[in-house]
Design a protein around this ligand. Structure first.
Ligand SMILES: Nc1ncnc2c1ncn2[C@@H]1O[C@H](COP(=O)(O)OP(=O)(O)OP(=O)(O)O)[C@@H](O)[C@H]1O
Ligand SMILES: [Mg+2]
Length: 196
């Protein structure tokens, strides 16, 4: 079975989402993504970026107590008519048998299915999958606070990137759907010029 791995380091939640957004723009109905990483690694943050790239209804939050949420594709988004996003948190599902109880097979062919904590539980749903591992980058110190020129006193709560930390994100494509290798994920302007 074909397999490739691509590893990148991103230095904060916005970068994680930007990477995921570029991936989301490339995903197709029937894609299965399995997200792995410890509590707070950024799986839901990554899924929010995927949702942007897919152009589905915003409001992606941890589905922990709901287990599954479906975000419909929006007609005025970047991919009108594109697939919906089915977002699953399998943390409290013990086995593949319990996964079968939530009927993901009904939507797996027509939507993009993203499963947090899905390793060992959802691989049977499709013949191909993209495994995504998020890790706190080893040895990376938390960034030192930087005094922002012009920032008002007491503005710390407004700083969006207060919790920015590096993450290593490793994508492994498995199965015929990913046989062509990794999708191009370079930021605009940094990849090869299209069409030349
Ligand atoms: N580079 C980064 N990428 C993603 N998240 C980051 C990064 N740096 C800091 N963070 C912060 O880490 C937290 C990640 O939380 P998130 O809910 O996405 O994790 P999770 O892996 O889904 O956790 P859980 O296992 O509880 O579902 C957020 O508060 C986010 O702002
Ligand atoms: Mg989560």
């Amino acid at each position: 079975m074909s397999e490739w791995t691509l590893s990148l380091t991103v230095d904060g939640p916005e970068r994680t989402q930007a990477l995921a957004e570029r991936l989301g723009a490339r995903l197709r109905a029937g894609d299965l993504l399995v997200l792995t990483g410890e509590l707070g690694a950024g799986k839901t943050t990554f899924t929010q970026g995927l949702g942007r790239g897919l152009g589905v209804r915003p409001g992606i939050i941890s589905p922990t107590f709901v287990l599954v949420r479906r975000h419909p594709n929006v007609p005025d988004g970047p991919r009108p008519g594109g697939p919906d996003l089915v977002h699953v948190d399998a943390y409290r599902l013990g086995s593949a048998a319990e996964v079968d109880d939530i009927d993901l097979e009904d939507t797996v062919d027509t939507a993009v299915t993203v499963v947090e904590w899905g390793t060992g539980k959802v691989e049977h749903l499709a013949d191909s999958r993209l495994e995504i591992v998020l890790e706190r980058a080893v040895g990376a110190a938390a960034p030192a606070p930087v005094a922002m020129p012009g920032a008002a006193d007491g503005a710390e709560d407004d700083a969006e990137d207060d919790d920015a930390e590096p993450r290593r994100i490793t994508l492994t494509g498995i199965g015929p759907r990913w046989a062509g290798g990794p999708p191009p994920l370079d930021p605009p302007g940094e990849g090869p010029a299209p069409g030349h």
